[in-house]
Write a protein that binds this ligand. Structure first.
Ligand code: XMP
Length: 509
């Protein structure tokens, strides 16, 4: 185990993730973690993260100096490096020249940290303070023209520090440095794998929950599915999953979720499917304003879930499929509301539970997928593209009706089938069909038609904050157009949406 002590840096989980990429388990804890607790956890190494403060101010995050006497190797990064210097008697002050971004750093290759690194290597800097004098017993091991201590170490005491950020991608050889720290300095075995996460999480869930009752809102998305399976493996039928089918899912999706999690599926749990289609359609009747639609769907979802929860009665735990990016976004998200996001994980007001469990809180999406495969969850669920909580409700412009849902489900199923046939399904960020509210004139056979236009969308994106329209081969688009017009009643026109985000959004509402 490597403990990452968080001093408020932006990259705290990224550090843990990079360590896990070296097949060494890492956990992030706040800098206030007591020394006694650290000793109990018996880590092979500790990493101090960066942070926005100045170490010499009185109210800045700090830790006990005794931590350096435990004999546990420590790597300080950015603020963490300055804290190490400050607490051990070095001098930290405002740098005459701040450094931000790509910086060429010259390293001392006799340092264990830099043994495999080029003499001059590109690192990512972001600092206004710097270490002006190293503490006694330390030597400088890297520098730039304006930063005399870009790295320092006391190899005898196994204390290392870098002013730059080895964990970010822009530090070209950062992984080598982190690997050198965890493998050569901390002497970790490097045999941790996702199956260890799965095994350890199941054990710790079992210990935490005991014979308590657990309730989970299952959407069929990858996060809630992986969370549900972990809990099922830990506590079996003490877990009840409620799956609300709001009638706005993709074609056959409700049945697919039931096939995996229902009584005929492989998992040991109680599964309740609530078929609430009509209830949602009647609430949505006549409503056209996008935000109103979103609010109705979100609220109705919570009401349905609460009603089911009431039938079950008091539970001890409520499961949330929160993953790490959700944690950062909800912490930092102070931007304007473009859309009121509805997540199936949204907290209901009246469910009687004592505590929340979030078994995936420390994982990134691709790590959740790895855990899902490890748990034997079918690939089509594990690699499912993101699907918004309000579902097809926001892919039907204007009023939602059962008839329109059917049209968009059928068109979307054809589109997905052809994209998969063309081998494009894993390379596109997100792709789907939407139903525009436009009807236009066409001719089919020798008859006039006046039918809906379907819009196809496909975007390349990794973070879903910005996106570009994907270049789908024309023959694939034409095949999809042909099939939709021939096979889906009520559609006589198909369009391809070229808009990027911004100015567009990925979804239509
Ligand atoms: P937009 O349309 O805002 O979408 O560009 C960005 C990403 O978020 C998904 N999305 C949602 N996901 N609840 C969700 O869980 C929502 O209410 C919601 N709205 C949009 C969208 O599918 C895309 O991946």
């Amino acid at each position: 185990l490597i403990i990452v002590l968080d001093f408020g840096g932006q990259y705290n989980q990224l550090i843990a993730r990079r360590v896990r990429e070296c097949n060494v388990y890492a956990e992030v804890h706040p800098y206030t973690l007591p020394l006694e607790k650290i000793k109990e956890m018996n880590p092979k190494g500790i990493i101090f993260t960066g942070g926005p403060n100045s170490v010499y101010k009185d109210d800045s995050p700090s830790c006990s100096k005794e931590i350096f006497e435990l004999g546990i190797p420590i790597l300080g990064i950015c603020y963490g490096s300055q804290l190490m210097a400050h607490l051990l008697g070095g001098k930290v002050s405002t740098a005459p020249v701040s450094e931000y971004g790509r910086t060429e750093v010259e390293v001392d290759k006799t340092s264990k940290l830099f043994a495999d690194v080029n003499d001059k290597t590109i690192c990512w800097m972001s600092h206004t303070d710097y270490i002006a004098e190293v503490p006694e017993g330390f030597k400088k091991t890297a520098y730039t023209p304006v930063c005399p201590v870009a790295a320092m170490e006391n190899a005898e005491k196994k204390l290392y520090a870098t002013q730059f950020h080895p964990e970010v991608m822009h530090t070209e050889e950062g992984m080598k440095m982190l690997r050198a720290f965890v493998m050569d300095v901390c002497q970790c075995a490097g045999d941790w794998k996702m199956d260890s996460f799965v095994k350890d999480t199941i054990e710790s869930l079992r210990a935490k929950i005991g014979d308590g009752k657990v309730l989970c809102a299952l959407s069929g998305g990858v996060d809630s599915s992986v969370a549900a399976v972990l809990l099922s493996k830990a506590i079996g039928k003490q877990l009840t999953c409620v799956f609300v089918d709001h009638g706005l899912l993709r074609k056959s999706e409700g049945d697919e979720v039931e096939a995996v999690f229902g009584p005929d599926g492989p998992y040991d749990l109680n599964f309740i499917r609530v078929n609430a289609q009509d209830r949602f359609y009647s609430k949505l009747a006549g409503v056209t304003e996008p935000e109103t639609k979103r609010k109705i769907i979100g609220e109705e979802f919570i009401r349905v879930f609460e009603e089911e929860a009431k039938k079950i009665g008091a539970v001890d735990f409520l499961v949330q499929g929160t993953i790490y990016p959700d944690v950062i976004e909800s912490g930092l998200d102070k931007s304007a509301v473009i859309k009121s996001h509805h997540n199936v994980g949204g907290l209901p007001d009246y469910v009687d539970f004592k505590e929340i469990v979030e078994p995936l809180r420390l994982l990134f999406k691709d790590e959740v997928r790895k855990a899902g495969l490890e748990l034997g969850i079918p690939e089509y669920l594990v690699f499912r593209q993101p699907f918004p909580g309000p579902g097809l409700g926001i892919r039907i412009i204007g009023e939602v009706t059962a008839e329109k849902v059917k049209i968009v489900q059928d068109a979307d199923a054809i589109y997905r089938e052809e994209i998969a046939k063309a081998g494009l399904d894993r390379s596109l960020g997100q792709y789907f069909a939407a139903l525009t509210n436009m009807r236009s004139v066409g001719c089919m056979g020798d008859f006039r038609t006046y039918d809906y236009a379907v819009a196809l969308r496909a975007v390349n994106t990794t973070d879903f904050m910005t996106a570009d329209c994907s270049e789908i081969p024309f023959e694939v688009l034409q095949k999809v157009m042909n099939r939709i017009i021939n096979e889906v009643k009520g559609v006589n026109r198909v369009m391809y949406d070229l808009t990027s985000k911004p100015p567009g959004t990925i979804e239509f509402e």
